[in-house]
Design a protein around this ligand. Structure first.
Ligand SMILES: NC(=O)C1=CN([C@@H]2O[C@H](COP(=O)(O)OP(=O)(O)OC[C@H]3O[C@@H](n4cnc5c(N)ncnc54)[C@H](O)[C@@H]3O)[C@@H](O)[C@H]2O)C=CC1
Ligand SMILES: O=C1[C@H](O)[C@H](O)[C@@H](O)[C@H](O)[C@H]1O
Length: 346
């Protein structure tokens, strides 16, 4: 079966997903696109030589009976409305992160999905699929360094778009570490605190504090420190180190660029964006999703409940941005609908 896909949002990431669905992965065909910027939708059809319809909006695209799965790749604040509409259909849904930019929005999605006979949503938390991060988790789970005690991480962007707000440092950027860390540690969050170091002179966006330091604690007592630095200029990278009782695990620097040694210097090129840094992870997460849809089975990747956990934690982080005090986090027990061995509703 070839999975027929509709893409909602044909900006940078929507185009990247269209490219991988069309030219890299197997088992899928993009048959419909839409964007509030219709020229962007038409450009995607032209540039990727798609045999696809351009719909005026998400509502009309979702009414297309031929579409098996939709990819929600619009601006983060638009995801909730589109996902809620998509839940009124029988289509599978891959939504880019964040699931929703508010706790209430994520809850509305979870409540609506639980009214269906089975899970249909996967959220684009691709860090879990990164081979390096996955290998680090495998080592951690083996007990090779004993119980984890402290995690240190960095999320570095060279710069951000003009519409990037202070809250997006949490809902759009830190959201990756928020999903990654509780998965990595198999633990739940207890608190989050955001503090503002000295402000970088490289910040141009009104109201944006950069860098920001996030300190999360878990129910098992692990302390996680994440540096979010989105106007760092020098490149794009994520760093990850886990300190355990008997050792440490460290994510190696990423890259395939040669080390150039000349004239008593050495240097190597860095990535400048997530596009290539996480290319393998994006391809793996989307191929897994397509494979599940092709079997008419629920997605097995990050669920709407993972999106809800991230939204609860992000909202606490946004509250902490205001007074930089720790904010407690209490996420309800995972509903049976979302537990690993999902009880299919009668
Ligand atoms: N997983 C990852 O590593 C990454 C995820 N993303 C996520 O992908 C999403 C899109 O990000 P970008 O492509 O970078 O943004 P973008 O701004 O380049 O593209 C967003 C597109 O959505 C369209 N749009 C906005 N509201 C819409 C609506 N209601 N219906 C249809 N189209 C609408 C815009 O016109 C624009 O073309 C965001 O949620 C972002 O968080 C982006 C980059 C990396
Ligand atoms: O999802 C993403 C990217 O993956 C980057 O890691 C973030 O820095 C960016 O803000 C966000 O759009």
């Amino acid at each position: 079966m070839v999975v027929k896909v509709g893409v909602i949002g044909t900006g940078a990431m929507g185009r990247a997903h269209i490219d991988r669905l069309t030219n890299v992965l197997t088992g899928a065909k993009v048959v419909a696109v839409t964007d509030i910027n219709q020229e962007a939708a038409k450009a995607a059809v032209r540039d990727f030589k798609l045999d696809a319809k351009v719909y005026p909006d998400d509502t009309s695209l979702l009414q297309d009976p031929d579409i098996d799965a939709v990819f929600v790749v619009s601006f983060g604040g638009a995801h909730e409305a589109t996902v809620l509409k998509a839940l009124d259909t029988d289509k599978f849904i891959f939504t880019e992160k964040p699931l929703a930019t508010t706790l209430e929005g994520a809850k509305r999605i979870v409540d609506k999905e639980m009214g269906k006979p089975r899970k249909v949503i996967q959220v684009g938390f691709m860090r879990r699929y990164d081979e390096g991060i996955h290998a680090l988790k495998t080592q951690l789970d083996s007990g090779i360094i004993g119980a984890p005690l402290v995690v240190r991480a960095s999320h570095i962007n060279p710069d951000v778009a003009a519409n990037y707000s202070n809250e997006m440092a949490i809902t759009d950027t830190l959201i990756h570490e928020i999903d990654e860390m509780h998965w990595l540690l198999d633990d739940d969050y207890a608190s989050i605190q955001i503090t503002y170091p000295r402000q970088s002179s490289k910040v141009n966006n009104e109201g944006l504090r950069d860098p920001q330091l996030a300190t999360l604690t878990t129910k098992k007592g692990v302390v996680i420190q994440v540096l979010v630095h989105v106007t760092a200029q020098y490149g794009y990278e994520v760093k990850l180190e886990v300190v355990g009782e008997t050792g440490e695990l460290k994510l190696p620097d990423y890259g395939f660029a040669p080390i150039v040694r000349t004239q008593a210097t050495q240097q190597t090129a860095m990535e400048t964006s997530w596009v290539k840094r996480f290319l393998q992870a994006y391809n793996t997460e989307v191929q897994e999703f397509i494979n599940q849809v092709a079997k008419n089975q629920s997605p097995i990747g990050p669920s709407a409940w993972d999106g809800y956990i991230a939204a609860v934690t992000a909202e606490a982080g946004i509250r902490s941005q205001k007074d930089q005090e720790p904010v407690l986090i209490n996420v309800a027990t995972t509903p049976a609908f979302y537990q690993k061995k999902q009880a299919v509703k009668a």
